[in-house]
Every structure is written in C-alpha cells, then in structure tokens.
Design a protein around this ligand. Sequence first.
Ligand SMILES: Cc1ncc(COP(=O)(O)O)c(C=O)c1O
Length: 384
Amino acid sequence: MIADRMTSISPFYVMKLLARARELESEGRSIIHMEVGEPDFETPRPIVEAGKRALDEGFTHYTPAVGISELREAIAHDYQVRFGIQLDPARVLITPGSSGALQLIMSTVINPGQAVMMADPGYPCNRNFVKLVGGLPVTVPVGPDTGYQLTADIIEREWRENTRAVMVATPSNPTGTLINRAQLEAIYRVVQEKGAVLIVDEIYQGLVYDIKPFTALEITDDLFIINSFSKYYGMTGWRLGWMVAPERFINAADKLAQNIFLSASTPAQYAALAAFDGETQRIVEERRAAFQERRDYLLPALKQLGFDIPVAPEGAFYLYANCQSITDDSFSFAHELLETEGVAITPGRDFGDNQPDQHVRFAYTTAMPKLIEGVARIARFIRR
Ligand SMILES: Cc1ncc(COP(=O)(O)O)c(C=O)c1O
C-alpha cells in the first residue's frame, strides 16, 4: 500500500507535456521548447574543468553534511563582494539543490498542523514540501496589483493562529517578478512581530534585469535564504544549492542533513568553487545579458499576440501570461499547441489554483532564432 500522504502530493503536469514533446521529437518533429525551467546553456567551462579535476584527484567521498568549508567560505565571501554584507560561513549550509534546502527548512521549522503561507501562483514543489512534513500550505491568490507577490498587508490579512512561516520567492517562478526592498522589509517586520519564520527563495537572484540585485540578508540575519547553483550558474544537473540559516537553526539542520543526505555531491561542491572565478563570472554575466535580450524580445511579441502580461518581469527566465482573450482552457491550449505547431509551454495548472485555466508560462530558455520561430508558430496557431 502506498502511504496516505502521497494522495496529497501533486505531480508536475508539465512533465507529461515534456514527455510528449520528446516523443514527437523522436518521430522527427521540430519542437520549440518554451516550457523548460532550466538554462539552455551548458555549465560554464571552468566549473566543468574543476569538476573533472575533483574526480581525477579522488574527491569522491562524503563531505561534512553541511558541505566543504572552502565552498561555504566562498559563498559567504561572495555575499560580501556582491552585497557588502558580512556573513559567517557557519550559517551557510550546502545542500543537494535548493530542493534539499527546502526539505531541511520545512523539517526543522514546521510542526504537523502548522501553516506555511505562500503566493499562488508559485513554485509548485513548495506546497508539497510543506505537506510532506505534515504542515498546511496556505496558498494566497495574488495578481498583477501586487506584482504577483505577497505583501505585508496581505500577510497580515491572511494570518492564521497556526501560521508558522511565510515563504516568498524573488524573482518568482512562474512570474519573474520581484519584491522590492521596502516591501520585503515590511514583510519581514510583520512576520517577526508574529514570532514566525520568513523563508526567502533567491534562487533566481543572479538573473535580474534592469535593476541592481539585492539579498534579503541586507535586511536582517533573522530569516532563511535558499539559493542554488542551478540557474545562474547553469548547474541544474549537478544538484547543488545552499541555504543561509539563522544561527539558532544550524545544529538542527546539520543533524537532519547528516541523516537524510549525508552530504551534497562531493565533485559538484569542488566544481562549484570555480563559480566565483573571474572567467566564470564573465560567462554567467554574458548569459544574463542573453536572457535579458530574449525577455526584451518575447514580452512585446507575446503581448502583440493577445497575451496579457501586465507586470513586466524583471528576473528569472519566465513570462506568466493571462491568455483569457485567446482561450479559457490553458491546459488544452498548451497540449493542442504542442500537437499542432510543436511549441511546448507550461499551463497555469502547475502553479496553483488561482485562475490556472487563464494562464500559461513561457520560459525563454531557448535561443533567439527559436524564440522567434516559436512566436510565429503560436501566431499561426491562434489565427487558425
Ligand atoms: C523558485 C524555485 N525554487 C527552487 C527550485 C529548485 O531548484 P534546485 O533544487 O535545482 O536548486 C526551483 C526550480 O525550478 C525554483 O524554480
């Protein structure tokens, strides 16, 4: 018998769509992928070379559960370089992707029956991490008026007696929108006054456009940060992320990491040391510029086709569009678009219950010529 809790865990609907896209590709169809939530670029060469060296030199054993000290120090140092903040490396815990960090945080913070507030639409796995530890995900519908983000007012209004934590992501998946510094400060104040915990997902932090990135750690040490080498550093498959924890949670998180992961991938940790090299930084910044160029093309192009994107996304590599003027069933729309024109996009259903049938997500994780071709195919599909 499969455990009862599994009935409440939802799958990624887009996986089925992706599988169908791959099937069509294997039959020789040309597919434009605008559904994939990972950079199309390969891992920067200096990181790959450092990973190979790690393997050659025998760095293939377990590391401490919280990661190698060199990497924890390098990450702490990077916060100093980028944001001018002093961060004790002891507060940086290396995890198997930020997914590992999410698991550690939910397990160390949430008791069964306690609620975690988060925005809807939002990253789908968050709800499932909360459920896995017996918590209650409280998803709050958000819209363009607040940049698809929770605000201090919303948090105050939606507060429940059993609310234990609030989770925000800036930039957000699926909307690419950010929370500005003043708003994040206000959010922190509300959460702190209530004696709860704030978790800030900064996994897309490196990928922001037009604006100067900042970290919630500039506001306070009293929150959890999750981050990752997956997106900005193009290391999704290496499975390497990190969290920054308030001091009082470190021992508990360490103890749990020892049990559930033993450690993050050792060669990946050594490879990631090269993420902070000048050459890698040059490469990832070049890629950031490429993402920005794609966004600048795709945003007006989709609007012209009738998709409503009321808040210009300033980060990540997603555009979250209201498709109401084109269809009232985004799920069928995405499937038919794939079958007819070979363009894969993600239906809103994957991101929550807040008008999912009126929304789709476009990922610009595909090179410009393909994006241009994708837009032409979508236009043809809509005109049909
Ligand atoms: C908002 C957000 N958080 C966390 C993750 C998890 O990423 P990883 O485990 O690769 O670090 C993702 C992946 O798509 C994401 O979009």
